[in-house]
Structures are given as structure tokens and as C-alpha cells.
Design a protein around this ligand. Structure first.
Ligand SMILES: Cc1ncc(COP(=O)(O)O)c(C=O)c1O
Length: 428
């Protein structure tokens, strides 16, 4: 093992984070190589900086005029130059402050500085690689975003334990989730991914459910297990009902217990309507870690980024710093939210008026981009194909039992017609 990895492991030794690290995670370090030496030279090489693989002219990155033409308000350092491996410092600070503002219970001392990842998917992959060994289990809601199996099972060789998250009354099945967590705790460590607002159901917990979930994690930790909770907050903020908890469960988990390590993957992708920029954040939270230990985890993550994509897109990061400072952003985000809220209301009206449909029943939904129909007596894949081929309606089948509809991407005016067609087609 590289001595830099040993150094980081020594800093982390004795913590839950250290015990939870995978073999890959234990091996990871950030080399004192090109990036680190170039960083030093940036500050001190007054005469000539010959450290980095970029082309400079008069001390500035060379810039093709076409780039300048289409990005006139940006300096070459903000567009074509490499970004720091862990991301633009200003953006990382900005996101941390936003996160603290959006989650008032979150204690700034209990979290690392966010690290920029090229999309939330990448953040999830990094978290999986750092903390999931082949053969280890991670608990997830069932059904779940299909990429979880690809990441945790195919990529990392782990095992996804799918748990039905809902009871028959439209709420989380806390006893069922608790049972799964405590069973896994028997092995000495538990890994869980929580995704709220959820894909595909569109559900977010109410305050009492958040507290109950936190109690389950606490119980496992008090019982002596190390607990990793990955909070996939991709759809954070799209809360349509008054009783939905407005904060990420990460806020409570980060201050919970020394044996709990929370990892928050979030970012502008969905929240700020910028799916294609590939810009997201990963933040560690734990009661058991000092600033130095958070730093060691961030360094391991930075090594993982360096060894995969090297760094995220510079231009997207610079653009976001400007857009967050733009006086129109907050108001337009509210407008967009209202559009989605109206679509949610239209779907809710329809499903409430058709509660007695014999074959389709919605999973609980109150947030996010989606809603999901449980199919009984009809195959979801067959229904999907018929909707597409006969009616030109695109939906997603999750196995044979669930049909997901992204109401966020359908105009409010046609939602009743779309849902009428779905409900009628299911009867044929
Ligand atoms: C639950 C969930 N997490 C993460 C993502 C991916 O986000 P990104 O596009 O930033 O990789 C998605 C996108 O569909 C998602 O549904």
C-alpha cells in the first residue's frame, strides 16, 4: 500500500469511516505528484511555471477565438483550464453554505467541505467504491432507481438488499426497514442508501418518519454496528405537501452517533434544472470525525476522482458560480417549481378520483419528478409497450410490477388525458 494511503488510514484509524472503507477505499490516496506540485508552483514559480499539461500564452491559457465568442463573459481560467481535482473552492464553499441554509438542523462542524463530482451518478459510484467491498450488502428501497444495481452490484460486486419501503397505508414501513437494518447490523456493519424525494415512487418522508428512520440507524449504532447511510438527495426541494420534511435526513444523521457515517450526494442536476452540465457534490457527515479526518476522507475521494475523470468540467463550475449570484435565479426557480407543483396537483387529482381502479394503484407520492403505479393483473412491461406503440405515451416499466411516469416532463394541460389513457389501457 502506498505510504500516503497509510498516512490517511492512520488519521482515520479507530473511526467508523475507517472501518467502513472498502479495500479500494483503504488503498486510495492523492499523490504528491503533478497536481500537488503544480499547485505549489502556481503560488511560487514567478519566473516560469512548467508543471502542467496546458498551453499558456502571456501567462494565460491559450483560448481559441470560437470559445471566447460563445463564452464572452468568461476568462480562459474559468472555461478551458483544468479545475482543481476536488472542484472549484469557491463553488464548494458556496454549496456548503446553501446546504446549511436549506438544512437548518445541519451542524457545520459535522460535515466536510463538499467535493465536486461530474454528476450525482459519479458521486454514488465514488461512494460505492470507497465503502462497499465485493460481497457486501447495501439496503435500498424496492423498487429503486435501476442505476443502483448497476453501480452497487455490477460495478462494485456488492449485493443490493431491496426492501419494500411502504406499508399498506401510504406511509413508510418503518418496522420492515428497521428489521432489515438490524439484521444487517448483526454482521458488524450496515450500508443503506436513502433516496428522498424518491425515484421512482415520488415519496418523501414526513417529520415523524424521518425521526423514526434516524432511530433505526441509531439503534444499529448503539448496538455496536458501523452504519453508512448514503443520502441520494438528487430531487431535494421538490416538496409539494405541507407535512413533508423540508430537510434532508443527512442533517440528522451527520450529528447522530460516532458509528454513523453519512454521505450526501446532491447537486444542481435536478434542483437547478441543469441535467447535462454534469455537476454535482459529495459531502461527508459524521459526529465521529474531526476536521483532519474529514480532510483525510476528502483526500481519498479526491484520489478516486483523479484516477477516474481527473476533474469535473471547469466551465460548468464557473457558470454555476455566476448563476447562483444572478438576481433572477431565485425567482425563476420558484416559477419552475410552481409549474411542477401544478403538474403534481393534476396527477394527484386524477389518481384520487380513480382510487378504485382494479389494476393500477399509485405508490405514495408527494414530491420529486415522478409517480409510480403498482400494476396488478397486468404486466407493467406490456402496458408500457402498448402505451408507447398505440398511444405515443412514453413511460418506464420497473420490472413487471411498476410503471413510472415522470409528470415533471409532461405539460399540465395534457396530464388528465395521458392518465386517462394509461388507466383505460390497463383495463384492456
Ligand atoms: C435517484 C437519482 N439519483 C441520481 C440521479 C443522477 O443524477 P445525475 O444526472 O446528476 O448523475 C438520478 C437521475 O435520474 C436519480 O433519479
Amino acid at each position: 500500500m502506498d505510504e500516503l494511503a497509510v498516512e490517511l488510514n492512520n488519521i482515520l484509524e479507530g473511526t467508523a469511516a475507517w472501518r467502513l472503507l472498502s479495500d479500494f477505499g483503504k488503498r486510495m490516496y492523492f499523490p504528491r505528484g503533478i497536481i500537488a506540485q503544480s499547485g505549489e508552483a502556481k503560488k511560487a514559480a514567478a519566473k516560469a511555471n512548467g508543471t502542467i499539461g496546458m498551453a499558456f500564452s502571456n501567462g494565460r491559457p491559450m483560448l481559441l477565438p470560437g470559445f471566447k465568442r460563445y463564452m464572452p463573459e468568461f476568462e480562459p481560467e474559468e472555461t478551458v483550464a483544468y479545475a482543481p481535482t476536488a472542484g472549484n473552492e469557491k463553488l464548494r464553499e458556496l454549496w456548503k453554505n446553501l446546504m446549511l441554509r436549506k438544512n437548518p438542523s445541519l451542524n457545520a462542524e459535522r460535515v466536510s467541505l463538499p467535493v465536486v463530482t461530474p454528476g450525482i451518478t459519479a458521486g454514488l459510484s465514488y461512494a460505492a467504491e470507497l465503502f462497499l467491498n465485493a460481497g457486501q450488502t447495501i439496503i435500498s428501497a424496492e423498487p429503486a432507481w435501476d442505476n443502483y444495481r448497476l453501480i452497487f452490484e455490477e460495478r462494485c460486486g456488492g449485493v443490493v438488499r431491496g426492501v419494500q419501503f411502504f406499508d399498506g397505508n401510504g406511509r413508510l414501513d418503518i418496522p420492515g426497514i428497521r428489521r432489515a437494518i438490524l439484521e444487517e447490523a448483526g454482521s458488524g456493519s450496515v450500508r443503506v442508501i436513502l433516496n428522498f424525494p424518491n425515484n421512482p415512487s415520488g415519496y418523501s418522508p414526513i417529520n415523524a418518519e424521518v425521526n423514526a428512520l434516524v432511530d433505526c440507524v441509531n439503534e444499529a449504532a448503539y448496538g455496536g454496528a458501523d452504519v453508512l447511510v448514503i443520502c441520494d438527495d438528487a430531487y431535494f426541494g421538490f416538496f409539494y405537501e405541507d407535512d413533508v420534511c423540508r430537510e434532508s435526513i443527512f442533517s440528522l444523521l451527520a450529528g447522530l452517533h460516532e458509528r454513523v457515517l453519512a454521505v450526501k450526494t446532491d447537486g444542481p442536476t435536478k434542483e437547478d434544472y441543469s441535467w447535462g452540465f454534469r455537476l454535482a457534490m459529495l459531502t461527508f457527515g459524521s459526529k465521529g470525525l474531526t476536521g483532519e479526518q474529514f480532510g483525510a476522507l476528502v483526500t481519498k475521494l479526491t484520489g478516486s476522482i483523479r484516477s477516474s475523470v481527473s476533474c469535473a468540467n471547469t466551465f460548468a463550475q464557473s457558470l454555476f458560480i455566476k448563476v447562483y449570484g444572478d438576481e433572477t435565479t431565485e425567482a425563476r426557480k420558484n416559477d419552475f417549481f410552481n409549474v411542477l407543483n401544478e403538474r403534481y396537483e393534476a396527477v394527484k387529482r386524477f389518481t384520487q378520483a380513480h382510487k378504485d381502479h382494479p389494476r393500477l394503484s399509485p405508490l405514495p407520492f408527494n414530491s420529486g419528478y415522478f409517480m409510480c403505479l403498482r400494476c396488478t393483473g397486468i404486466d407493467a412491461g406490456k402496458l408500457r409497450r402498448e402505451l408507447l406503440e398505440k398511444h405515443g405515451i412514453g413511460t418506464i416499466a420497473f420490472g413487471s410490477e411498476y410503471l413510472r411516469i415522470a409528470f415533471a416532463s409532461i405539460e399540465k394541460e395534457i396530464l388528465p388525458e395521458v392518465f386517462t389513457t394509461i388507466y383505460e389501457t390497463a383495463l384492456k
